[in-house]
Design a protein around this ligand. Structure first.
Ligand SMILES: *Cc1c(COP(=O)(O)O)cnc(C)c1O
Length: 482
């Protein structure tokens, strides 16, 4: 029996992994979630500890994608996770920041891929999975998405060499860092389309939603998505919690089964949801610390049980922009798990959200269940971020990006030696050099290759906030199967 997926909002079956691969959204507006999370024994988990990253990825993903063979996943993972692309044989190496009896802190480097943000960890595998599936079916795919900076870039670099896939990516003009713009807009492949919109990320996202709501257009144009609700991305991210755990066991001289805590800079809640899935499978994770920035909707929830997403006009623009999200799409999957995977209960909470703008869980059994999931939270802010970047540089001669700094700042509040704390590094500092300059008063060292990238000609297509114009552009440029 292959693993089946269900919608979070109704008991409807959505099929197996390859059925939901190209999209995570159900027709009822809910999100795909596995009917049961695989359970692995301590022995089974330990037996994976010596695998290479691609081998481990194939094993973990296979547990959720058993309608693909392990051999197929092994070859796709071997193509996705190469030392050449990730600059390190471990793909996601762990660095210990502090090795004193009273403080045990490490960074798990997830940002050494082609676009220098952790999104590459999932997107590189997604590119392989998409291409494999399209070849099998003799189909083409047109990816439509919106980005605030990192997702779009990561998707485009993962798809640029895929003949059967084109990308239409909306980005908010003037809201990304110089480096992010150069990295995305320098791509010259004719099937990669960077559409710039005068507006915010939410405006871009609304246009994508409007096009996606036109189901006839969507299916005739073969439109797929790679946004953070894509379940395959969540699955691919489960893998590095395992390697992070194994490396922490070695680095801190633990025994298998000892707890390790993780701290995760959060935006759309995809990364930390992957940690929740890893923990649910049996990986000995203790606390899963959710770090937010000034946009602290999730921190408010984990402290009080009150979930009150803000309007986009009330979302702050901060110096950790990839976390400037007030309505975290993957949070729905976590709450679904929390309410005992009862789609009726979930649907009623979400309709309360639609009518009241908030819901409260305090006092319910779901609220008391949160402690068992290990999730705790804290919020960071600009001054804390700057101070953390400075302190880390002074003490360990290590530069971190502003998002990773938010994680490190919040992690300090949850240290409980001798349990080690692994902080996830979600981007490299060079992507956000303006903030580093403010913190350290000196520029981030930049390779000749990156300097050359910034001088390359940029190719963009201006797009008004006009859904019909966007559809027209897609109609004109979409790949169609021959
Ligand atoms: C996407 C992103 C985040 C937020 O990750 P989620 O999975 O959306 O919670 C944090 N930091 C950086 C640098 C990112 O690109």
């Amino acid at each position: 029996m292959t693993m089946q997926y269900v919608s979070t909002r109704s008991p409807s079956a959505m099929g197996s992994f390859t059925d939901i691969l190209l999209e995570g959204l159900a027709h009822d507006g809910g999100l795909a979630f596995p009917q049961a999370i695989p359970q692995w024994s301590a022995e089974a988990i330990q037996s994976l500890s010596q695998l290479t990253y691609p081998q481990l990825a194939a094993r973990v993903v296979h547990a959720f994608a058993d309608d693909l063979s392990l051999e197929t996943l092994q070859s796709l993972a071997a193509n996705a996770y190469t030392e050449e692309k990730f600059g390190h044989p471990a793909i996601a190496p762990l660095t210990v920041l502090q090795e004193a009896a009273h403080s045990r802190l490490a960074l798990l480097e997830l940002s050494n891929g082609p676009t220098m943000a952790f999104k590459d960890m999932a997107m590189q595998l997604l590119g392989q999975l998409f291409e494999y599936q399209l070849k099998q079916k003799g189909q083409t795919l047109n990816i439509l998405g919106a980005t605030s900076g990192d997702t779009g870039s990561s998707a485009e670099y993962a798809m640029r060499d895929k003949q059967s896939i084109s990308v239409f990516m909306l980005s908010p003009e003037g809201r990304m860092s110089q480096f992010q713009k150069a990295q995305m807009y320098c791509l010259q492949e004719p099937h990669i389309h960077n559409l710039t919109v005068k507006g915010s990320f939410d405006d871009c996202q609304d246009m994508v939603k409007a096009v996606s709501a036109d189901l006839a257009f969507k299916s005739s144009m073969r439109i797929g998505t790679v946004n953070s609700i894509n379940w395959a991305r969540i699955t691919a991210q489960v893998v590095y919690y395992f390697t992070g755990y194994f490396q922490a066991v070695n680095a801190f001289g633990l025994r298998y089964g000892d707890l390790v805590d993780f701290c995760v800079p959060s935006g759309n809640f995809g990364n930390v949801l992957s940690g929740h899935v890893a923990r649910s499978m049996g990986l000995p994770i203790g606390q899963l610390v959710v770090a937010t920035n000034e946009n602290n909707v999730l921190d408010e929830f984990f402290r009080t049980g009150r979930y009150r997403p803000r309007k986009s006009a009330e979302t702050f623009i901060t110096s950790s922009p990839s976390m400037d999200i007030s309505k975290a799409s993957n949070f729905e999957r976590y709450v679904f798990d929390l309410v005992g995977r009862d789609p009726q209960r979930l649907a009623s909470l979400w309709s309360e959200l639609a009518s009241q703008g908030e819901f409260h869980l305090a006092g319910t059994s779901a609220w008391s269940g949160i402690a068992q999931t290990g999730l705790v939270s804290g919020a960071s802010h600009h001054a804390a971020r700057i101070e953390t970047i400075r302190k880390l540089h002074d003490r360990f001669n290590r530069m971190v990006d502003p998002h990773t700094a938010d994680g490190l700042f919040v992690a300090q509040q949850f240290l409980r030696p001798p349990v080690p704390m692994v902080c996830l590094e979600t981007a490299l500092p060079v992507k956000f050099e303006e903030v580093i300059l403010e913190a350290l008063d000196k520029p981030v060292p930049k390779s000749a290759e990156l300097q050359a990238m910034e001088r390359r000609p940029q190719r963009t297509e201006p797009m008004g906030q006009d859904v019909e114009a966007l559809k027209g552009f897609i109609r004109q440029h979409a790949l169609v199967a021959s």
